[in-house]
Every structure is written in C-alpha cells, then in structure tokens.
Design a protein. Structure first.
Ligand code: AMP
Ligand code: ZN
Length: 514
C-alpha cells in the first residue's frame, strides 16, 4: 500500500518514496517546542500530527528515525519577518519568572526553585514539563529519548557545528559579515529562495521589506537577508565565535541539528503552518547552500493551526489551554490525544469541550470492545473462527491513512467495524486473535488505548442503564407533552454530570467536562 502525502514544497500530493535505496528507512525531522513556557494544545496538535505520520509509516513497514528538537536559544519574540526581531524567548521567560517571584505569584513547584537568571535552568524546567506532557499524550519520540537522548537535540549543544556551517556558507559565497558584525545569509546567492513559501526576494523587497527597520536595512544587501550569527555580548546565552561573542539564528539551529543527526538530505520535515515562512524557507536556503545539494527535505509536512471554540487561542481571551489545564478539568490523556489528531492535519482543527467529550465516548467504546474481545478470548482460548469485522476493515483503515493521513477516515472505518458487534452478546464464530491483532494495529497509529483512558469525562463509571432509562422516560414525557417532567429528568441527568443532546437521529448523552 502506497502512502500519498501532500508536499508543501511542490504543492501537490505525491507518493511517498524514501531516499534510502532499500526503501525501508525514513529520516524525519520535526520542529519542536521552544522551552520558555509550557507547550499549549496548539503546539501539541503539530507535534501529534507528526507523531501520527510517523506511526503511519511504521504501520506500513518503514523504520523511522524521528528527531524533534527542543529550542533553548535564539528564537525571538517576533519570528514572522525573515530577520527575526524582538527579544530572545528565553530572556522573556527569565523576566517573567523574576517578576512572578518578586510578587510571590509562583506556587511551589511551578518553577519557584529555579534561578530566574539561569536560562539553562529555565530550559531544563520546561523541557521536563514538555516531556511529561508529551509522554502523557503518547508522543513516541518523547519516550524513545529516554534511551536515545540525541533524538531530541537542543541548539545549545550544537554550537561548534553551527559555527562550522556559518563558516562554510561564508566560504561558499552565501553569507557575509555586515558592518555591524552580524553574519547574514545572502538570499540573492540562492536562486531557489522562495520556492517553499512563495516569498521570493523580489516579493519581500516590495512588501515585507518595509518591516525591517531602516538602520538594519542599510547594513544588509537585501531586506530578506537573515541573521546566521549575531554578535551580542549582552545576550542571555552567548558563545565565542570568529565573529565575536554572540548567539546563532533560530533557522540555523534546525539546519544544523537535522544535518548532524540525519544527514545532508532527509525524507521528511514537519512543523506548524507558521513555520513555512520564514523558518523553513531559510532552513532550505542554508542547508542546500552549505551542502551544494539541490534538496534538503524531500517532503515538507505542515499542520494547520488549532483554534479554540472557533477563536484564535490567546491568553487574554481565556481560551488558552495547556495539557495540564485539560487534565485538571478532568479530561483523560487519551481523549486529549484523540481530540487533537482527529481532524485532518491540513484543515484547521476547532478544539471544543463538546469535541473532547465526544472523543472520550469514542474511546470508551473502543476500550469496552477491547475488553470484551479479551474476555471472550480468555473464556475460550482455543476457539477458532472466520475473519471478523475489525480484521476485514484493516485495509480500509490503512487506505484512509495512505490518502494523505486521513485520520478521520481511518477512525470512521474502525467505528463502522466496531458497530457491527453487539457487546451484550458473544462474538460468535469469529477469530478473536485476528480481531485483537487488527485493533492493535489500528491503535498503533491512533495511540490512545495504551494511554490513560479514564478521566472525569469517562463514562466507564456511569450507570448506563439508569441514564438510558431516564432518557427513555424523558422521551415518553415529551411525546405526551409533559414538558415539566421532561425538564425535571434533564435536570436529574445534569445533576449526575450527564448532558443530553436531541437530534433527528434521537437523543445522545455524554459526561460533562468542566
Ligand atoms: P514554538 O514553541 O512557538 O516554537 O511552537 C512549536 C510548534 O507549534 C511550531 O511548529 C508551531 O508552528 C506550532 N504551533 C504554534 N501554535 C499552534 C497552533 N495554534 N496550532 C497548531 N500548531 C501550532
Ligand atoms: Zn525548526
């Protein structure tokens, strides 16, 4: 079965064929978090869709080396213009911690024992938090890193390699030292600049160029030229270099870590949609100019943004959530994961609490099905039978994933097969071993059944018979126009934390997540 994947570089869906001549090994680099704060669920949408892609490749028989970096220096607050400006995000974290400590706003454990003037300690604190959240949500690379620390590299560990790449770019005529001592990449030296994002040097000169302040503009050969190394002895983190004490550019970091760990050319590179420009455009320019090869990543995979209740997630709107926030509200890790992966990665996903509840219900059904199959197997281990619905559906499940990672289609296939079983009955003459194996294979991509599946929203502890009898009674009351009794029953259900929804198909219920 062939995986077809949308490639941002060529703006079309293509058959995924790895560079490895034997065709089995895949190299994959994902832009990871900047550790100046807790990652939010939007960040996790990007990381999890990379995880689902990686798991899809593994289900198809590829062996994937997946690297996800952790940015701990050089990512500036304004990263939307080619030459990022503002403050280093690690500096922002340091200032925030200092202020919070002064005002006594830090509860114990929330960074209260870190020295706010030590950016390495701040980075360590948020790395630990990130890994904890990432493992809670089943991000495979965050588990692997326990054995293979190199899979989640930090730029501060790759400074000599970065200096080497800058030197090479200068030697090859792709970079220059400006009058202020800053080393810039010369975009006009790389004919392909703009291929990924459409932001060619000409387009930038007439549009975006205006955003670069005039003093900097005058020092650069072109407004789109971007910083590789900045001399700045006052920066929050700094290293000696041939161009003075300073720090590397954010784009340079990813080029160097990808090359050091995966090679000059890689199969896949992922990030959120905002990474396309300038971050990934600049990575391509640097790597290809340094290696002299026509290609850096063969496929560029970008996840669209997560929005919350149809609005952009922002702290001021109060709709900004971390994984911790949702766990505190009673969501289960499995439901959070499913909610963040179930929408196609090239569409915006809209996070809602109703969606989270729906995801939990779906997981509850899968858990019940799995337990029921396991129980039937232990009752009659030797029994044999014919292929059942899950096994029969496996090709459709894979086919959906092969169509540009259509997770919704894959979930639909699983649900359709699960719906063919009546769990209050016995499975009959079905090969249970094959069924469990199929469910396992599907879960190897969805990755929810091996997480904690129970949260406050889980329906496993709900007296389903009681809920259903109240719903049936309410429907009878409504039919006979006894709305008072119907409302009373709705309130009784609400008191049990059960919310009901009426539609043309009937009444459905779910547990409320607050
Ligand atoms: P950062 O920690 O800011 O470097 O971001 C880490 C990753 O999260 C990047 O790949 C971003 O593109 C991605 N990202 C940021 N916000 C969102 C969002 N709302 N939805 C999806 N991905 C996001
Ligand atoms: Zn990156």
């Amino acid at each position: 079965m062939m995986l077809r994947l949308y490639n941002t570089l060529f703006k079309r869906e293509e058959e995924f064929v790895p560079l490895d001549p034997a065709g089995r090994r895949v190299t994959f680099y994902s832009c990871g978090p900047t550790v100046y704060d807790y990652a939010h669920i939007g960040n996790f949408r990007s990381f999890l869709s990379a995880d689902v892609l990686r798991r899809t490749l593994e289900l198809l028989g590829f062996s994937v080396k997946h690297v996800m970096n952790i940015t701990d220096v050089g990512h500036m607050t304004d990263d939307t213009s080619p030459d990022a400006t503002g403050e280093d995000r690690m500096q922002v974290a340091s200032r925030r911690l200092l202020e919070a400590k002064k005002e006594g706003r830090l509860p114990p454990g929330a960074g209260s024992d870190i020295d706010p003037n030590d950016p390495y300690a701040i980075a360590d604190f948020y790395v630990t938090a990130f890994l904890e959240d990432a493992r809670t949500l089943g991000l495979k690379v965050a588990k692997e890193v326990q054995k293979h620390p190199e899979l989640m590299p930090r730029p501060t560990e790759y400074i000599p390699q970065m200096i080497a790449m800058v030197k090479r770019l200068i030697d090859r005529g792709h970079a220059y030292v400006a009058a202020d001592g800053v080393v810039y990449f010369d975009v006009q030296s790389f004919a392909e600049y703009g291929r990924l994002s459409g932001n060619t040097p000409d387009a930038i000169r007439s549009g975006e160029g205006g955003r670069v302040d005039e003093a900097t503009q005058a020092l650069k050969k072109h407004p789109a030229d971007f910083m590789l190394w900045k001399r700045d002895p006052h920066h929050v983190m700094k290293w000696p270099s041939p161009w003075g004490e300073g720090y590397p550019g954010w784009h340079l970091e990813c080029s160097v870590m990808a090359q050091s760990l995966l090679g000059d050319q890689i199969d896949l590179h992922s990030g959120g949609e905002d990474n396309i420009f300038p971050h990934h455009e600049c990575e391509i320019a640097q790597t290809c100019s340094a290696t002299g090869r026509p290609l850096f990543a063969r496929f560029w995979f970008h996840t669209r943004f997560l929005i919350v209740e149809s609005e952009k997630m922002s702290k001021s709107k109060g709709n900004f959530f971390t994984v911790r926030d949702l766990l505190e509200r009673g969501a289960s890790p499995a439901a959070i994961r499913l909610e963040l992966i179930k929408t196609h990665y090239r569409s915006n996903a809209n996070f809602t609490f109703q969606g989270l509840t729906d995801s939990q219900r779906m997981i509850d059904r899968w858990v019940k099905l799995q337990r029921w199959l396991e129980a039937s197997r232990s009752k009659s281990p030797a029994a044999s039978g014919s292929a059942g619905p899950l096994h029969e559906t496996l090709p459709a499940f894979k086919q959906a994933l092969c169509a540009d990672v259509n997770v919704a289609g894959a979930i639909g296939a699983l649900n359709e097969a699960a719906g063919r079983y009546n769990l209050s009955d016995s499975p009959g003459r079905v090969d249970i071993g094959l069924e469990l194996d199929a469910l396992n294979q599907m879960n190897s991509v969805l990755g929810v059944l091996d997480l904690q599946t129970q949260g406050q929203a889980s329906t496993a502890d709900v007296d389903v018979k009681l809920v259903e009898s109240k719903i049936a009674e309410r429907n009878r009351a409504r039919k006979s126009k006894d709305f008072k009794r119907a409302d009373q029953l709705r309130d009784e259900l609400l008191a049990m934390n059960i919310e009901i929804k009426d539609s043309a198909q009937g009444t459905t219920w779910s547990k409320i997540v607050r």
